[in-house]
Ligand binder design. Structure first.
Ligand code: SF4
Length: 289
């Protein structure tokens, strides 16, 4: 049986960078706190934990002093930096540079919007860490639009400046943008739409569908809580009925491979390459035995 690993799979640049920074700090200091999980992948979390990385939450973060904390690729709101400054906490800045630039744009738009009674709108998932970091640039005044219903929260008599969480779906963004533009057109209001979805995510969809179509069976490796994983898996399922979502090698079922000529292995943006390779080795062992 032919076994292929999706060349587009593996960590995105931002996550790779944050992990590299964590590994460097762990080699130097032996232990490191991280505010929230670096990646939503149980296997990678456990690898980093074994290296000395300790995941903490916001409440615990407020209680520590004089130590080092990693900021993950999703970024943090300004409040986190204030607390770190006050409590003499050294931050390892793992925020993805693309997210940092987006935070900066949103902060500037917010400052402008305040002068013109405008509104900053963020198309994103409520309570997602990246979105918390983005709305933090607006004193939490940005309007979060998670789906079409949320558009009702926008006041169409006032200017609107729209941004997108970097990992959102481009088709839904276009739909939201269209609906907002209808409201702003009627009221003759200024509307500035910024598609800030990351290129890594934008390009992935079509390539992934092509990869899933080109194999008899797809093994999609992702964490239980990875929203990006669930979304990307749905793309595979849409074009290949033999798609399976797995956490790791323990979830493989030998029966899946009966009569299968080719298997494609892929995963979420938070799935490490080493895990895909481990799965490929295990499938090889299962099907050759
Ligand atoms: S998806 Fe893009 S913006 Fe988000 S962390 Fe990865 S590289 Fe950065």
């Amino acid at each position: 049986m032919k076994i292929d690993i999706d060349p587009g799979a593996g960590f995105c640049f931002g996550v790779k960078r944050a992990i590299q920074l964590a590994e460097e700090a762990l080699t130097r200091d032996g232990t490191l706190y991280c505010l929230g999980q670096v990646v939503h992948n149980e296997e990678e979390e456990s690898r980093l934990k074994n290296l000395g990385l300790q995941v903490i939450d916001n409440e615990f973060f407020k209680t520590i002093k004089g130590t080092t904390v990693l900021i993950r690729a999703h970024g943090e709101p300004p409040e986190t930096y204030k607390i770190a400054g006050k409590n003499n906490i050294r931050l390892v800045e793992g925020t993805c540079p693309i997210v940092l630039r987006l935070q900066d744009k949103i902060r500037k738009s917010y400052e402008e919007a305040r002068q013109h009674k405008g509104q900053v709108v963020i198309f994103g998932k409520r309570n997602h860490p990246e979105v918390i970091g983005l709305t933090g640039q607006t004193m939490d005044e940005a309007i979060i639009v998670d789906d079409e219903k949320d558009i009702e929260k926008i006041d169409f008599t006032k200017p609107v400046c729209l941004y997108a969480q970097t990992t959102k779906n481009k088709d839904v963004f276009e739909l939201i943008k269209h609906k907002i533009s209808m409201g702003t057109d009627i009221k003759n209001t200024h509307f500035d739409a910024n598609n800030t979805i990351c290129r890594h995510v934008l390009n992935r969809d079509e390539k992934l569908k092509g990869f899933a179509k080109g194999h008899d069976l797809i093994l999609f490796a992702g964490g239980k809580h990875s929203s990006n994983g669930k979304y990307l898996f749905s793309l595979c399922q849409a074009v290949n009925n033999h798609s399976h979502y797995i956490g790791g090698v323990k979830d493989l079922n030998p029966e899946w491979f009966e009569g299968i000529q080719s298997a494609g292995i892929t995963g979420a943006t938070s799935t490490p390459e080493w895990l895909l390779e481990k799965i490929a080795d295990e499938v090889k062992a299962l099907t050759e035995s």
